[in-house]
Design a binder for this molecule. Structure first.
Ligand code: DP6
Length: 342
């Protein structure tokens, strides 16, 4: 906690507000989208400051995410409300959030009331911790009037959950690995691109709670997987390839590299002990639909995270044919167009 505290002090020193822990208004509001990594974050070089072994690049999904209101609370403990329900303090989500809020308490604000609403997609299985911590830091910035830059808020969100560092941005975001032991250079920033044909398809295999969370899963992988040593250099290369492909709007290079990157990450998970296998039979069936479509000349690819669901990567002109191929196997796909108004 001490190292996190020092990090936050360092960061808030950049604030425009000379008394950063005095609320500047009655409540703060923040909103952030979920994001899907195209080149993944898997493994930490520093688990206190959430510093990654490698950088990652993502696409945010508009319309899916978190809205959070935060205000000072008169009670002894925080009051945390998620999707209309006040949570018990023993719930892991509430505990983790309160621990994060510990850094921002003051005499003027000893406890917080946090009201969080996650928009639940029909095809769920999307990590809400990323949009959750990003929305929370935006709400805190609003409450305290820090006026921190987005890259600085990204540093703060990273402490809550690594992937949250990327959820401060719409469109593509690049989270730099950083080199400094104090973590001040490991933040995300926007990759400038407007790509109206770029499309993500959410394939719901199973929306139940994951068996092994990302934090524990990546820790076990780093500790026990011999294959893991090949991951950071590959991920760093893939990140560069994908970032270039975004700039050049080279769909095939981007999507091919993203699928290969996801499968390589899952290979390290499977080679962990005890093994971490997020796939279900339906996940493999969905992959086979994608591969069959590609054999037929359709440019569709997929990525997967710490769960059984697939996220398809395609272009708008192939939406109908992809939808039909999945419908034939009774699998609905929810399409999201990150660069078009929803
Ligand atoms: C597979 O950001 O959830 O989705 O930093 O421990 O909170 P913590 O982990 P988290 O991990 C996300 C892992 C991933 C890949 C990615 O989003 O890059």
């Amino acid at each position: 906690q001490q190292r996190k505290h020092t990090f936050i002090q360092q960061l808030l020193a950049k604030s425009l507000n000379p008394a950063p822990l005095e609320p500047s208004q009655p409540h703060g509001f923040g909103k952030a989208p979920v994001n899907i990594a195209l080149s993944k974050y898997w493994g930490k070089r520093d688990s206190v400051l959430n510093l990654p072994m490698n950088g990652s690049v993502s696409i945010s999904l508009p319309g899916l995410g978190t809205e959070t209101t935060v205000q000072p609370f008169g009670g002894q403990q925080d009051q945390i409300e998620l999707n209309g329900q006040v949570l018990d303090h023993s719930v892991v989500f509430a505990k983790r959030l309160s621990q994060f809020l510990d850094f921002f308490r003051s005499a003027a604000c000893p406890a917080f009331r946090v009201v969080t609403q996650n928009s639940v997609p029909t095809a769920a299985g999307l990590a809400s911790s990323a949009s959750g911590y990003a929305a929370l830091v935006v709400a805190l910035d609003d409450l305290f009037g820090w006026q921190l830059a987005k890259t600085e808020l990204s540093l703060l969100a990273r402490l809550g959950s690594g992937s949250a560092s990327r959820s401060l941005f719409d469109g593509f975001a690049l989270w730099h690995k950083g080199e400094r032991p104090d973590g001040m250079d490991s933040f995300a920033e926007s990759v400038d691109s407007v790509w109206p044909e770029f499309c993500i398809g959410l394939v719901k295999v199973n929306t139940q709670e994951k068996a092994v969370g990302s934090t524990l899963g990546m820790q076990q992988t780093v500790e026990t997987c011999d294959l893991y040593q090949s991951w950071p250099p590959q991920a760093q290369r893939d990140l560069e390839t994908i970032t270039q492909a975004i700039i050049q709007q080279d769909f095939h290079t981007l999507a091919k590299t993203a699928e290969h990157n996801a499968l390589s990450m899952h290979a390290t998970m499977i080679a962990t002990w005890p093994p971490i296998v997020y796939w279900q039979p339906e996940s493999i069936a969905a992959m086979q639909i994608v591969w069959r479509l590609r054999e037929q000349g359709v440019a569709v690819y997929f990525t997967m995270d710490a769960g059984p669901n697939l996220k398809l990567i395609l272009q708008t002109q192939d939406q109908a044919i992809v939808q039909q191929a999945f419908a034939e196997q009774s699998t609905p796909v929810e399409f999201i167009l990150p660069f078009q108004r929803q």
